[in-house]
Design a protein around this ligand. Structure first.
Ligand SMILES: [Zn+2]
Length: 311
């Protein structure tokens, strides 16, 4: 796995290669952009390159040194990925229960990152969905970022960076990931043997979502851009619970993307966009942890309507 595996993010890759060449690694990065556009993949390859033991790594990691092999096997002791799985493991709970990143998780991460690197180079941590940090967790993280342990760097990933405290944002080198062009999404799907034109049309430049959508047979009407009332959207969910959850997830995604587009076109205000996007993200998490999909979709559509969408 190297930078050639990254599709549709040439600008981001160029910036990161320049950072590598300068040999000055900033201690905090923020990778922002929609879900499913390659933020995590790029973070992993960038870290793999910094940790790589080869002399010449201008174009990326060598893929053959002990450090590269350890990253590929997911066992590198100096590289932490902090996400629901990391927290679930610490708390001995199910992954689906990890809705927010808790302060204990950040404290644990801090102690892991404070130890000397075991393989002799840098230590790196990726914080996935950084917008899910609780207030106390953000404060704990800020303390670390103010005085990061020696030879460590941190990459925060977020689809809603506006939800992060300004004190954290101001410390980070910001790299923004754009939605991927349709043609490229098609190529990414084709490499995986998937052809799904409707999924490509509706994925809003997210290859991850296109793959997820390509698995489905029917499309909820809310995605066809026909103005739909909140009640109609909620009623359109299938009766069985697992399908209703999957459908709800797509409606939340579609509403958030439409809100983002309306905001970028100047049709709704920033305040309205942030409020509705935040509420919808919250409802999405609620459904993942067992809230009723029908009433959550109803509320999400009402929020989108209040913000000026779906009128
Ligand atoms: Zn290497």
């Amino acid at each position: 796995m190297n930078f050639e595996a990254v599709k549709g993010q040439d600008k981001v890759v160029r910036v990161l290669l320049t950072v590598l060449e300068s040999r000055k690694i900033p201690s905090v990065f923020l990778f922002s952009g929609p879900d499913g556009v390659g933020k995590k993949l790029v973070a992993e390859i960038f870290i793999k390159t910094v940790l790589c033991e080869a002399q010449d790594k201008k174009q990326g990691p060598c893929g053959a040194c002990p450090s590269c092999l350890a990253v590929e096997r997911g066992v590198h002791p100096d590289f932490k990925i902090v996400d629901g799985a990391y927290q679930a493991n610490l708390r001995e709970e199910e992954i689906s229960k990890q809705r927010t990143l808790r302060v204990d998780t950040i404290r644990h991460l801090r102690s892991e990152m404070s130890m000397e690197p075991l393989m002799g180079g840098w230590k790196a941590a990726v914080i996935v969905d950084a917008e899910t940090l609780e207030i106390e967790s953000s404060n704990a993280l800020l303390k670390i970022l103010e005085e990061p342990p020696r030879k460590t760097f941190w990459i925060l990933l977020s689809s809603r960076p506006q939800a992060l405290p300004k004190t954290i944002l101001s410390r980070a080198l910001k790299i923004s990931f754009a939605p991927i062009a349709k043609k490229m999404v098609k190529e990414i799907l084709a490499e995986k043997g998937v052809q799904a034109d409707q999924a490509v049309e509706l994925c809003a430049g997210s290859a991850g979502k296109a793959l997820e959508f390509s698995m489905r047979e029917n499309w909820p009407e809310v995605l066809t851009e026909r103005p739909l009332s909140a009640i109609e959207a909620a009623e359109s969910l299938p009766r069985d619970l697992p399908s209703a959850r999957r459908e709800a997830e797509i409606i939340f995604f579609s509403l958030s993307e439409n809100l983002r587009k309306s905001y970028l076109r100047g049709k709704i205000s920033l305040a309205n966009f942030e409020k509705a996007a935040g509420d919808i993200a919250w409802l999405k998490n609620a459904v993942r942890s067992n809230a009723d999909p029908r009433s959550s979709v109803l509320l999400a559509c009402v929020e989108a309507q209040k913000a000026g969408l779906l009128r």
